[in-house]
Design a protein around this ligand. Structure first.
Ligand code: CTP
Ligand code: MG
Length: 173
């Protein structure tokens, strides 16, 4: 049981890192000025395609961070952990952020503005995106996907509280 949790965490780590980096870099002084939206500010049927919360900066830096995470993980090969590589990390990282953008597309079509919380969609979009993308390279274990869907929302909450306690975040959510 614990073994499965650790394996899923290890395999999903590049997606978690990509997702957090895309958000975190938006607070870094020089980097935050590069805020060109992926949809270039364009609308479709009167509403933004994705909105200002989805930037090229987040997509590119987040995706690369996923690849870097996968590369570092590949150096720490262990017989009891799933094999990670830089390419899997890139797919998981970019996939996570594409999934996140698809969710924003859906939110905009539903008429919700940037930042409107839809808890389930917000916490699972990047998991589905990363697993769909990595599927291009390797067969995905559906048990992993199911476990990732279950552990990710509570993990997200715990990570935010820890970041708050470490004074990395101003609010505990
Ligand atoms: N972010 C980014 N580029 C991305 C994803 C995220 O720049 N591809 C940054 C943005 O500053 C964004 C923040 O991370 O505001 C939080 O991400 P998220 O919660 O996904 O976006 P929201 O602002 O809530 O917008 P949406 O309603 O479209 O999800
Ligand atoms: Mg949001």
């Amino acid at each position: 049981m614990l073994n499965v949790l650790i394996n899923v965490f290890w395999f999903t780590l590049p997606a978690y890192v990509a997702n957090s980096i895309a958000i975190d870099v938006s607070g870094i002084p020089v980097i935050k000025n590069y805020s060109t939206p992926i949809d270039f500010g364009k609308s479709w049927r009167g509403k933004r395609i994705l909105g200002d919360g989805k930037t090229w900066r987040g997509l590119i830096l987040g995706g690369l961070a996923g690849g870097l995470t996968g590369m570092l993980q590949s150096m720490y090969g262990s017989p009891w952990l799933p094999q990670m590589t830089a390419s899997l990390g890139i797919m998981l990282g970019f996939g996570a952020l594409v999934g996140d953008s698809v969710a924003s597309f859906i939110k905009r079509r539903m008429g919700f503005g940037r930042g409107h919380p839809l808890v389930l969609l917000d916490s699972l979009d990047y998991i589905f995106g990363s697993y769909m993308a990595v599927w291009i390279l390797v067969p995905v274990n559906l048990q992993y996907l199911a476990v990732a869907c279950i552990i990710s929302p509570p993990m997200h909450i715990i990570a935010n509280i820890v970041a708050y306690m470490l004074k990395l975040k101003k609010k505990p959510w």
